[in-house]
Each structure stands twice: as structure tokens, then as C-alpha cells.
Ligand binder design. Structure first.
Ligand SMILES: [Zn+2]
Length: 420
């Protein structure tokens, strides 16, 4: 079994998320289960109230929390810390708002109509700044609300020592296939200095290589991605062979969920290091603005695994870009592989044509290298046109910054949906 502690995720350049495993007794875990169930209850109740027209704004959602807590029919609602109830009201409202936003923007296809959350292994309950207490040495956490889950030992939070308690804005208890975790959202501003390298780079993603850069260098997909893919395929086959609602099905589902978990951790670790290296050795990084919507849709497993890796890689690039002061520019990927990066003429080629040979100017290069050069050129043009605008507007359309108010469950959950 692989145990990966000291897990850090970046929510934006100012928010960090540290994660530690919780060690307690079976009784304590079942109390956490009660808290998680109640969090879901609050969220679902608010969606229900919204459907019934009783809740029409974020403020009304907050007020509805109080109504729930005072209702004698739901004695458990009162046990959850009041701010935690609010946090779940925020989650509910965030999903309602997302739906409204998609409708307003007239997004094609599904608009993400808010759904009721079902009971599942992977779930969480969120506390704000009360309902929990860290010990003096920061090695233990106590949950102090009505569920009385008590004191847990924290595994893997050495980093917590660097931050004052006031900087911890939220604590989230996450139940996973291999146990319970505490996530600490930390208000944080990181800045690092970097020498100028005089290098600008464009990156083109592909299935054959993780990326090809505009210098013609290629980074291959790590071998473990392929191995993981085979493992997940095997487990999926096993799951589909079991009887619905049988014990074996539940077991197989848990195994598959665990495999996805291990895979995503390993992938995150790899892309994080790679992204930091790319940022440190370049002064400008150009990437394709791939749409997550289209990426998640495809049913080919190899593609979806590499897409997930790429998506995470991009998040890390944008994070380190801010930390080291390196612009990361996302450009529209259309025609980047067909255009000649030398003379700008369109040179049509099929997917199997690996080399770009331009009949107009005689430029010859690897297909992906040509694309990477186009991406870099486009990015520089875009950069020149946006000088004076804020970086926020430049950095593409995938929102890296989840604002504190609307941050619900993290993006990784969205990606691992297929495991459910
Ligand atoms: Zn040409």
C-alpha cells in the first residue's frame, strides 16, 4: 500500500491546502461519518428549499441553516458546528449559482442543474474557523462540535508549523477509500526569485509524448501512467462482472476507487515537479488553452488519463508562474498543428503525418515541434496585445482561483467521477 503524506495542493497563488491523515478510533471515525452525513443533509436540504422556492439567495440559504438547526425533526442538524452548516449552505449555493451562470452564458449542452448528493465513500465535511482546535505542538486536532469526535493524531503536517493558526481559514474532513484526512486551507502569499534565462518556450501536448516544446525537446509520458491505466482497466472489468448491489460489487468499487486515488497522487507528484522545472528554466511559457469540458467527455481511458495529467500540469504551471513571476499564456489551439510556423501558410496533414514539410518555404520540422512554435508565436502576439491588462484576464478560462466564498469540493473530485 502506498501512503503519501504531506500532500499539498494549490487552490490559487494565495491559498494553499495541506493535508494530513487522521488517526483515531473506530468510534471516532463513525462520529466523523455522522458529521459528513449532516453536512450533506444541510446541502441537500438547501437544494430542496431552492427547488421549492423557499431559498432565493445566498443570504436566505444562510438563514435556512438556522431553520434546519431549530427543527426538532432533525436533531442531528444542531450537532454540526454552526459555521460548518454555513459552509455547506455555501456549497449548495455555489452549485446553484454555477447553474445560473451557465444558463446566463448560454453554455452548450448540460448546464449543471444542481443535484442531490448521494451517500458515497468519498465525501467531506467543512469547518471554518471554529468547531476544531489544534494542539500546541500542532500534532493533534480536536473536533469540538456536537458530534464530539474528539482528538485525532495528525500524520504529515510538519508544514503546519510555519503558519499561524489565524491563517488557517478552513478545515475540511475528507473521507477517502483509505481513511480520513484533514485538509487545512491556508492563506498564504508565496514569492520566489528567479534568474532570467533568456528562454521562451511553447508546449504542445500529444498522446505520444506528454509534451513537445518549441526547442524540439520531448518529455515522454511516465511509464507508470500506462501501468496505472492497465490496472484501472482490469479493475473496471472486474467491477462490471459483479452482480449489482452485491457485496462483491461494493468491494470491487472500493478497490477501483482506491486505485484512482493512488494514480491521481502519483500523477500530481510528477506533474508538479515537471511544472516547477519548466517555470524555473524559462522566462515565458506558452500553452494550449484546452477546454476541460471536451477533455472530460472523451471515453478513451488512455486519453482521459493523460488529459487529467495535463490539466493538473497546467494548474501547477500557472501557480509556479505566479510564484516565480513567469507569464504563462494559454492560446487557442486551433490550426496550431496545420500552420507552418515559419511562413504562416496552412499545410494540411493527417494525424499520422509526423513531420511538417512546408511546400511554400521549405521549412521542415517535427509535427509537434512546429505546433509548439506556433503556440509560442501566438502567445507572444497575445501577450503584446494584453500589456496593461491584469494577469487574471490573460491566464485563460480555466479558473484556477477558487474564491474562498464559493470553494466547494476540489477539482480532483470532478475528474475522478468516473470511478463512481
Ligand atoms: Zn512554410
Amino acid at each position: 500500500m502506498i501512503l503519501c503524506y504531506n500532500f499539498i495542493v494549490v487552490l490559487s497563488d494565495k491559498m494553499l491546502l495541506y493535508e494530513a491523515k487522521l488517526e483515531g478510533t473506530i468510534d471516532q471515525y463513525s462520529r466523523l461519518d455522522d458529521a459528513i452525513r449532516t453536512g450533506r443533509f444541510v446541502r441537500n436540504s438547501i437544494i430542496r428549499a431552492w427547488l421549492d422556492g423557499q431559498v432565493k439567495s445566498r443570504n436566505e440559504a444562510y438563514k435556512y441553516c438556522k431553520i434546519l438547526a431549530e427543527n426538532p425533526e432533525f436533531p442531528w442538524a444542531r450537532l454540526l458546528n454552526s459555521q460548518a452548516r454555513q459552509a455547506h449552505a455555501e456549497r449548495a449555493w455555489a452549485s446553484i449559482e454555477r447553474f445560473y451562470r451557465n444558463c446566463r452564458a448560454q453554455v452548450k449542452g448540460k448546464k449543471g442543474f444542481p443535484k442531490f448528493k448521494k451517500s458515497q465513500v468519498r465525501a467531506s465535511v467543512e469547518y471554518k474557523v471554529s468547531g476544531w482546535k489544534l494542539s500546541q505542538d500542532r500534532r493533534y486536532i480536536e473536533f469540538t462540535d456536537g458530534f464530539k469526535a474528539g482528538i485525532f493524531k495528525l500524520w504529515g503536517t510538519r508544514d503546519l508549523h510555519f503558519y499561524q493558526i489565524e491563517l488557517i481559514k478552513r478545515v475540511r474532513v475528507v473521507r477517502r477509500y483509505d481513511g480520513y484526512y484533514a485538509q487545512f486551507l491556508i492563506d498564504h502569499n508565496r514569492e520566489e526569485s528567479k534568474e532570467l534565462t533568456g528562454r521562451q518556450i511553447g508546449l504542445d501536448v500529444g498522446l505520444n509524448h506528454f509534451y513537445t516544446d518549441s526547442f524540439g525537446e520531448q518529455v515522454d509520458n511516465p511509464r507508470f501512467l500506462r501501468k496505472d491505466e492497465q490496472k484501472i482497466k482490469r479493475l473496471q472489468r472486474r467491477l462490471s462482472k459483479t452482480q449489482p448491489k452485491s457485496k462483491n460489487r461494493a468491494k470491487a468499487r472500493n478497490k477501483l476507487g482506491f486505485a484512482h486515488l493512488v494514480v491521481s497522487r502519483r500523477r500530481n507528484d510528477w506533474v508538479c515537479k515537471l511544472a516547477q522545472r519548466v517555470i524555473q528554466s524559462n522566462d515565458l511559457v506558452a500553452i494550449e488553452n484546452l477546454k476541460v469540458r471536451n477533455m472530460v467527455k472523451n471515453h478513451c481511458l488512455a486519453k482521459s488519463i493523460s488529459d487529467a495529467a495535463w490539466y493538473r500540469f497546467r494548474e501547477w504551471l500557472e501557480y509556479f508562474g505566479v510564484v516565480y513571476g513567469v507569464p504563462v499564456i494559454a492560446v487557442n489551439p486551433s490550426y496550431t498543428s496545420q500552420k507552418c510556423s515559419h511562413c504562416g501558410q496552412i499545410v494540411l496533414k493527417t494525424l499520422s503525418t509526423r513531420t511538417h514539410k512546408c511546400p511554400h518555404c521549405g521549412f521542415i520540422a517535427d509535427r509537434d515541434e512546429n505546433a509548439a512554435l506556433n503556440i509560442l508565436k501566438l502567445a507572444l502576439k497575445q501577450w503584446a496585445n494584453t500589456v496593461g491588462r491584469t494577469e487574471f484576464q490573460v491566464s485563460g478560462e480555466i479558473p484556477l482561483c477558487l474564491s474562498m466564498e464559493t470553494s466547494s469540493s476540489k477539482g480532483t473530485q470532478r475528474k475522478r467521477k468516473s470511478s463512481q
